[in-house]
Design a protein around this ligand. Structure first.
Ligand code: ADP
Ligand code: MG
Length: 285
């Protein structure tokens, strides 16, 4: 992480902006090249003009959280530049695109590939949770692939909604936040919640990886939320028939509607379908 004390940094003096890489609800992400080191980065650019004081404090939270995180499965923050009207978070460039697009391209993953992918997501989540950080917005759009290779590393991105917990197992109402299909029952019920929300989202992602469609879905948001609150999902035939009972069991542990009984990220990493992939995960599906 480079930081120069004293003089305020100006983005255009330090980086040369290139093409768009992606867009989120709050930002535009563009490729840029360091003028000095000639290395390519990804700059998350946030226009401050339309932001309220509260939004600005959220930006500072994202920066503070990203500065702490150094893990092979988490996008590394390189630099932060704050100009009067624009805020720049400069990250390592991840070139394989979003997991979202990879699922769309492949339609679905084999169990073995899904196990490898989810192991990396869980590794990243378990690390965050050890640091007392919950992500709150895990979904395939916020998971990036290190390269186009089949077994490319997966990296957690977008800590824009992440929360630094006051105590490791803090359970509190931190506001209604996340993405509809990935929201946990406790958030929808507006109950106190904690790190278990990330494991729920990871369960939704695992389900999607295996069949290409989500466990909870309805065009009508009220009905979608009703499904999630009841924890009502199924493994429809025929596509789930070739899926092992071991991964269905793991999904049910992650999608336990009771956050107290839901499996922890650390425990899920010890689940045989994850850690004994070659013996347990099917190569047929
Ligand atoms: P938002 O908070 O607005 O959703 P994100 O941090 O999710 O912003 O970034 C938006 C998109 O930009 C991502 O979904 C991804 O496609 C792309 N992106 C983000 N960070 C990187 C990166 N380090 N390398 C390459 N692309 C990135
Ligand atoms: Mg995002």
């Amino acid at each position: 992480m480079s930081s120069s004390p004293g003089k305020e940094k100006i983005f255009s003096e330090l980086y040369d902006l290139k093409e768009d890489l992606g867009k989120g609800a709050f930002s535009i992400v563009k490729k840029c090249i360091g003028r000095e080191d000639k290395i390519e980065y990804a700059a998350k650019i946030i226009n401050k003009k339309r932001l309220t004081g509260r939004d600005i404090s959220k930006l500072q939270k994202e920066e503070k959280i990203c500065r702490q995180l150094q893990h092979p499965n988490i996008v590394l923050l390189h630099d932060v530049i704050s100009e009067s009207f624009t805020h720049y978070l400069v990250f390592e460039l991840i070139t394989g695109g979003e997991l979202f697009d990879e699922i769309v391209a492949r339609e679905y993953y084999s169990e073995s590939d899904a196990s490898h992918c989810v192991q990396q997501i869980l590794d990243g989540i378990a690390y965050c949770h050890r640091m007392g950080i919950m992500h709150r917005d895990l979904k395939p759009e916020n998971l990036l692939l290190a390269s186009r290779a089949k077994n490319a590393a997966v990296k957690l991105a977008d800590f824009g909604l992440a929360v630094q917990l006051e105590t490791p197992d803090q359970v509190e109402w931190h506001g209604f936040a996340g993405t509809p299909g990935y929201l946990s029952p406790e958030v929808i019920k507006r109950e106190a919640y904690g790190k278990a929300v990330d494991v729920w989202a990871c369960g939704v992602i695992l389900y999607i990886l295996l069949v290409g469609y989500p466990p909870f879905w309805d065009e009508d948001q009220k009905r979608l939320y009703a499904q999630i609150k009841m924890g009502r999902y199924s493994f429809p035939s025929p596509e789930w028939d070739s899926v092992t009972k071991e991964v269905k069991e793991l999904i049910s542990l992650m999608l336990n509607a009771n956050p107290k009984k839901r499996i922890k990220a650390e425990e899920a990493l010890r689940n045989p379908w994850i850690c004994k992939r070659t013996e347990v995960a099917s190569n047929i599906h």
